[in-house]
Design a protein around this ligand. Structure first.
Ligand SMILES: Cc1cc2nc3c(=O)[nH]c(=O)nc-3n(C[C@H](O)[C@H](O)[C@H](O)COP(=O)(O)OP(=O)(O)OC[C@H]3O[C@@H](n4cnc5c(N)ncnc54)[C@H](O)[C@@H]3O)c2cc1C
Length: 400
């Protein structure tokens, strides 16, 4: 079976390719490293701004929001191309892909102007304050509270696993505003200036890069937030949480599917024509099985995604999309584990490079990649929670 797009969609792809070829920041331009998911070096700000100005930042949106009213099919091609080039649109993915759409969906015109547009233009960065020590999968258990005093909220509590909080300008923060209501009904969302007095961030070093923490604990002590920074209605934050997570999961599967294909390309190259200085991957039956198995699963993932997407483009529902995050993140972890094992002691050798990704170090070994691959099975809802969602909402099985 050979899938292809119509001529108009292919013309869209060519236009995007020419534009990226002419505008992608060069290696020389990208000297300053990206330190966290809310740290934007100047070159990254310039790149995102170029995308915004040219209508390539969020193609499905209208031009005033950095888009070009692209059709769903064109948007799919867009994400396919960016994943192929390994070019993220932004160095603050949560700000662009989760928080801005939530502000556009739920914010007032003034909030769009003050917060969504500057984020799109790469002038400000964000962190996402959802998880707490006792509220992860069960987000509704959150206890950071905000009490309204006149025209300000006063916030007290703690968040954890807040990516990029130590570099972010603002926090999209879920807080409890009614302690007497049932737990899903007393939550609101506040936009909190991270420079406000009373906020302390404590970076949490990670196994995979102890020197550059991305995660943080964030402590709020009597932090004053103007009441006008409430997003949506008071005590209606739970609906915003659902929307934010849907934005997070949106097109991630395509990135994952193309990313896995590229990892496989590298493995095949290591088995057939290894880069200089890299030992050839053993050409045994086990390695062949591993690569072929992973290839089949990656194609199944991609085709499942395309099938669902075709249904959405025709105006229907795509229940298969609820399994893509689960399948993609678990396949990546499985591939990294099997590749590490197949490479034996060399799998843990920092000399065996994955190709450098945009703005990142290029010394990631397969074992390191394996350790990193767990993140995808936890962030945005763990695999167990995804299975619960599929069981209850897609298959209609009774709740436990
Ligand atoms: C890379 C990464 C980036 C992140 N960035 C952010 C961020 O910027 N902001 C933010 O707020 N959070 C962030 N998180 C946190 C993430 O949202 C939570 O880790 C996630 O929701 C799980 O919550 P938890 O860690 O508290 O685990 P828990 O909810 O305590 O779960 C522990 C274990 O129990 C299982 N479990 C829990 N409940 C059930 C159930 N009902 N049925 C079956 N099994 C269950 C889970 O699957 C898991 O294996 C990030 C996480 C990662 C990995």
């Amino acid at each position: 079976m050979r899938l292809h797009y119509d001529d108009d969609t292919e013309a869209f792809r060519s236009e995007l390719r020419s534009w990226t070829a002419a505008n992608l920041p060069s290696e020389d331009e990208r000297t300053e490293p990206v330190l966290s998911s809310a740290h934007m070096p100047d070159w990254a700000r310039r790149w995102q701004r170029r995308l915004f100005d040219a209508g390539w930042l969020v193609p499905g949106w209208p031009p005033e929001l950095g888009g070009r009213n692209a059709t769903p099919m064109q948007q799919m091609v867009y994400f396919e191309e960016l994943a192929r080039l390994e070019v993220p649109r932004t160095c603050n993915p949560q700000g662009l892909s989760i928080i801005t759409p939530s502000i556009v969906d739920w914010g007032t015109p003034d909030q769009r102007e003050r917060f969504a547009l500057p984020t799109l233009r790469a002038e400000i960065t964000w962190c996402l304050g959802m998880s707490e020590p006792d509220a992860g999968s069960d987000l509704a258990g959150l206890r950071t509270r905000a009490d309204l005093h006149g025209d300000r909220f006063v916030v007290n509590g703690q968040k954890v696993w807040t990516s990029g909080a130590h570099h972010a300008d603002w926090c999209f923060c879920f807080v409890r505003t009614d302690t007497s209501a049932p737990k899903h009904q007393g939550i609101s969302v506040l936009l909190i200036d991270m420079r406000s007095p009373g906020i302390r961030t404590r970076p949490l070093p990670e196994l995979t890069d102890p020197e550059h923490a991305d995660f943080n604990e964030v402590f709020f002590h009597d932090v004053e937030v103007p009441a006008e920074n409430l997003i949506g209605e008071l005590n209606h934050g739970w609906a915003i949480a659902g929307g934010s997570l849907a934005h997070e999961r949106g097109m991630l599967w395509l990135n994952e599917a193309v990313g896995i294909e590229r990892l496989l390309d590298r493995l095949v190259a290591m088995a057939t024509d290894p880069p200089a200085g890299v030992r050839r991957l053993a050409d045994g039956a086990r390695a062949r099985d591993m690569i072929a198995g992973a290839y089949i699963r990656s194609q199944a993932l991609k085709l499942l995604g395309y099938r669902g997407f075709a249904k959405i483009a025709r105006g229907g529902q795509a229940p298969e999309h609820s399994s893509l995050k689960l399948l993609g993140s678990e396949l990546r972890r499985q591939l990294a584990r099997e590749a590490t094992a197949a490479l034996g002691s060399e799998g843990a050798d920092l000399g065996l490079h994955l190709a450098p990704s945009f703005g990142r170090r290029d010394d990631e070994a397969w074992a390191l990649h394996y350790l990193q691959s767990f993140a995808g099975t936890i962030a945005g809802g763990t695999s167990e929670i995804q299975r619960n969602i599929i069981a209850e909402r897609v298959l209609g099985l009774p709740r436990r």
